[in-house]
Design a protein around this ligand. Structure first.
Ligand SMILES: [Cu+2]
Length: 161
């Protein structure tokens, strides 16, 4: 009886993990929890965040993101004289056996040209991640309430170019 109970509990646990973990896989890469924050009506861009774990033994590289916006870029954030600035990067290395986070204040995906159609909480933004070796994988970025995972205020840094 006890074993049955544990088996049932374990099943429930793994089911709920499935429902909440928002993971995507391509080759040896696991992409966890792609998300973005709700934006103001006037916002022209929004940052996309996720984690990539390379479970393989060869390095890979995130080289691009496609989505239904006029422009999607990969950015990093650098602080200079106390001001955080975003800079374009050609790619983000995903070393073998490591997890790389795209997060506020660091690397991120930049969805640009939102044009009066803000991200709303609960919305799902479809996108395709392009990896140098693993290839392409379709993911969805879940729009979450700003502040839910916001370490730095991403909205007040400006693109420097
Ligand atoms: Cu940016």
């Amino acid at each position: 009886m006890k074993n049955l109970f544990f088996a049932a509990t374990a099943t429930l646990l793994s089911m709920s993990t499935c429902a909440f973990a928002h993971d995507f896989k391509v080759g040896a890469l696991v992409i966890s929890d792609p998300m973005t924050f709700n934006t103001a009506a006037t916002a022209k861009s929004g940052g996309g965040y996720l984690e990539v774990t390379n479970t393989g033994d060869t390095p890979d590289r995130l080289v691009g993101v496609k989505a239904d916006f006029p422009k999607v870029m990969l950015h990093t954030t650098e602080e200079k004289d106390g001001i955080a600035r975003m800079m374009h990067v050609d790619g983000i290395n995903i070393p073998a056996g490591e997890t790389v986070a795209l997060e506020p204040g660091g690397f991120h995906v930049m969805f640009m040209g939102l044009g009066g159609d803000p991200f709303e909480v609960g919305e799902e933004i479809p996108a395709t991640l392009i990896f140098e070796k693993a290839g392409e994988v379709e993911v969805t970025f879940n729009v979450k309430e700003r502040g839910a995972r916001d370490k730095a205020n991403h909205s007040d840094h400006k693109l420097s170019n």
